[in-house]
Structures are given as C-alpha cells and as structure tokens.
Write a protein that binds this ligand. Structure first.
Ligand code: ATP
Length: 248
C-alpha cells in the first residue's frame, strides 16, 4: 500500500574495531516506492549506514552497537547479506564491483542466481534491463573490465535489477563519472523507480543532482543526521544552499 515504510533505521550506533565510533545515533525511514537520498560529505558515514543495513559490516570489523534496523517491521540484525537479498533488498556497492573477466551480459545474469523461476523469465528481465540501459545492450558481449566507468556502474545496477528487488541500496552512483553521465544514471534511477516500482535508498555526495531526483533527503554530518525533509524543501533551504548546493 502507499505510504508504507519498508525500511526503518532507529538510532543506530556503529563502532569499528571496538573503538572508533562512526555513527552516533542515525535514524531514517524509507517509504515504499520512493527515492530517498542519504547525503553528506566524504567520511560522513553514508557507506557505513548502507553496510549496517545490509549486514556487511562484520567483514570490516564494524558492529551495530545500539539501535535497530527493521525491514518490513522485522529486524535485519543477524541475517547474512544473502538472506536480505532473498527478502528483496540488494546493495550496489561504491566502485561498481563488476566481474571484470565476464562479459556485461554474464555479469547481468549473475544477478539472477538466487531466482527460482525459469530461463524464460530471466530472458525477459534481461530485455527489461537492456530497455533501461540501451548502452548495455550494445556492450553486452564486451568484457566488463574493459568497459567505461559509466558502463560498469550501469552493469552493477542492471545486475541488481536482475534479482527483481523490492529495494535497491545504491552507494555513490555518481562517483568518478562525468556530469552528463551522472545525469543519465539518475534519469535511469527515476525511470526504474517509476516503471518497476523499485524503492531506492541512495547515498550520494553530489547533493545537487540527488535532490533533483530524490523525493526525500537526509543529511549526514560526522555520524549524525543534521537535517531531513522533502527534496524540494531541502533544495530551498538556505543552509543546504550554502553548504551543499554551492559545492556541486
Ligand atoms: P565516502 O564518501 O568517503 O564513502 P561516507 O560518508 O560513505 O564517505 P564512510 O565510508 O561510512 O563515510 O566512513 C565514515 C567514517 O568511518 C570515516 O571516518 C572512515 O574513515 C571510517 N571508517 C570507514 N570504514 C572503516 C573501517 N573499516 N575501520 C575503521 N574506520 C572506518
């Protein structure tokens, strides 16, 4: 139903290596069908927040020491990342992480590995991904490692879509991309959101572009949410204008 909250982060604290306090009580909620942006500068804690949600902190010696994270009202704690994927939540990591030696199409197909439905459905979804990312159709036979940064970002996003997710956690999609490509990536996020109903939580340093495409934004500074609101209101906020919009 509309307005339903899919993901709820309640006052979480994250500590790395038992001593480094990085998140100091972060709360946010992600409504079904929306694009929610988590904004903030380098080192503010955006990636840490996404990794806390998808249970990827353990391998970095990080730990959620306070608060709770709920997906559809159920705690995600102690679930491994694969279990969360099977509940429909998938993270696209910063830096794309394609399988460099596989072709673009093989990369996309790896996104379907948890699915139980047959080859015909997977074939159909491959076409769906190519419709959102026409560039990937052209590059489908190319080895992913030899494609451009923008194409690798698209491949990583396309692979996520192949698992038919309910929610995509997208970390810094603009990283290292030319402005025109950044715009293109965000247009595709919007198209997928509207066309497939996929919910997005995206971490982004580029406040300017993120607030033009997101519905709601949270601004993270030094491990704390310092401001949040509808994207249109944040764009007009004098502090946001001065400290964030001028920069990007
Ligand atoms: P970026 O845009 O650089 O990814 P971010 O907002 O995503 O920034 P995080 O990557 O979450 O920020 O980092 C937040 C803070 O936590 C930084 O000060 C960083 O140095 C620290 N940090 C991140 N990972 C670790 C780790 N594995 N061990 C110790 N400290 C870490």
């Amino acid at each position: 139903e509309d307005g339903e909250t899919l993901l709820e982060v309640n006052n979480i604290e994250v500590i790395y290596n038992h001593v480094i306090l990085v998140l100091k009580g972060v709360s946010l909620s992600v409504p079904k069908g929306g694009i929610t942006a988590l904004l903030g500068g380098n080192g503010a804690g955006k990636t840490t927040t996404l990794k806390a949600i998808s249970n990827l902190l353990a391998s970095e010696r990080g730990e959620v020491t306070k608060g709770s994270i709920l997906y559809r009202g159920e705690p995600v704690a102690a679930r491994n990342p694969a279990a969360l994927v099977s509940r429909g939540v998938i993270q696209v990591m910063e830096g794309r992480h394609c399988f460099e030696h596989l072709t673009v199409e093989e990369n996309l197909l790896t996104g379907a590995y948890t699915r139980k439905d047959g080859g015909a459905a997977i074939r159909r979804d491959l076409e769906m991904v190519y419709d959102y990312f026409p560039r990937l159709r052209e590059r489908r036979k190319s080895q992913a490692g030899y494609t451009s940064g923008g194409e690798q970002q698209m491949t990583a996003m396309g692979r996520a879509l192949m698992s038919r997710p309910e929610t995509i956690l997208l970390d810094e999609p603009s990283m290292g991309l030319a402005p025109q490509l950044v715009e293109q990536i965000f247009q595709i996020v919007k198209a997928v959101n509207e066309g497939e109903g996929v919910t997005f939580l995206l971490a982004e340093q580029n406040t300017n572009v993120a607030l033009r495409y997101a519905h709601y934004g949270y601004i993270l500074e030094n491990g704390r949410i310092v401001m949040d609101g509808p994207a249109a209101a944040l764009r007009e906020n004098p502090d946001v204008k001065e400290f964030y919009l001028g920069m990007s």
